[in-house]
Design a protein around this ligand. Structure first.
Ligand SMILES: N[C@@H](CCC(=O)N[C@@H](CS)C(=O)NCC(=O)O)C(=O)O
Length: 218
């Protein structure tokens, strides 16, 4: 196979980058990573030099460059087995859920940006907790339908997509059901997640605007 390099953003903040990175780890394919610091002078040109999307993550496969967290994850699922649920209905449902986690819950994402260093108990706006509760219900519903510990039983790409949300629930102390809370603990004790988090916690780059959301100090 061609050499794989995953181009990613800051590990503390880049929720989109975390998802295919986790899927790559689970795939056990060897890969290099190239971290591009976001929101610093010239960063957009660096992203546009990779693909027209002008975003990270980007998977470089030899001389080809593939943007988008879901497209990258799907590409990986064709390179190795078992990254999507085996059951056909679950496979389709997991893909739909990933798409929903990419597109929806904007009020949750915007008010509670991923910030792995962050812990605050500030009350979040109603629109944020409402969107978080909707996601909580959806996650709990999937968890109830399977033997667990993950959304579709065994770990799948859907769990990679849920992981940044799990960290937001914890960072901003957002209320959630017991079922989802147990699932969040599972995701955040995953050894690959912990490797990513360890790198994030020692990153020196800070995004003050993000760190200050809801009165924080990062
Ligand atoms: N739909 C894309 C979104 C990627 C995305 O928005 N990435 C952010 C980093 S977390 C980014 O590159 N932002 C830079 C910019 O938009 O200028 C995906 O799923 O990969």
């Amino acid at each position: 196979m061609n050499k794989l390099t995953l181009h990613i953003g800051n590990k503390n903040y880049s929720s989109w980058s975390m998802r295919p990175w986790l899927a790559l780890r689970k795939s056990e394919l060897p890969f290099a990573e190239n971290l591009i610091q976001l929101d610093v002078p010239g960063f957009k040109d660096r992203l546009l030099a990779l693909t027209d999307a002008g975003t990270v993550p980007v998977l470089q496969i030899g001389d080809d460059f593939l943007p988008d967290s879901l497209a990258i994850s799907d590409w990986l699922s064709q390179a190795v087995p078992n990254l999507w649920p085996k059951d056909k209905k679950d496979h389709a449902s997991a893909k739909a859920l990933c798409k929903q986690m990419q597109d929806d819950f904007a009020e949750f994402r915007n008010h509670a940006p991923m910030n792995l260093r962050r812990r605050t108990r500030t009350k979040m706006p109603k629109s944020c907790t409402k969107a978080a509760t909707k996601l909580d219900d959806i996650l709990a519903d999937h968890l109830s339908q399977h033997d667990g510990p993950f959304l579709f039983g065994d770990w799948s790409i859907a769990d990679a997509f849920a992981t940044p949300y799990a960290t937001r629930f914890v960072s901003y102390d957002i209320p959630r059901s017991t079922k989802t809370d147990t699932y969040i603990s599972e995701l955040m004790s995953d050894e690959d997640y912990l490797d990513w988090e360890a790198d994030a916690l020692i990153e020196v780059w800070k995004l003050p605007d993000t760190d200050m959301v809801y009165g924080g100090r990062g």
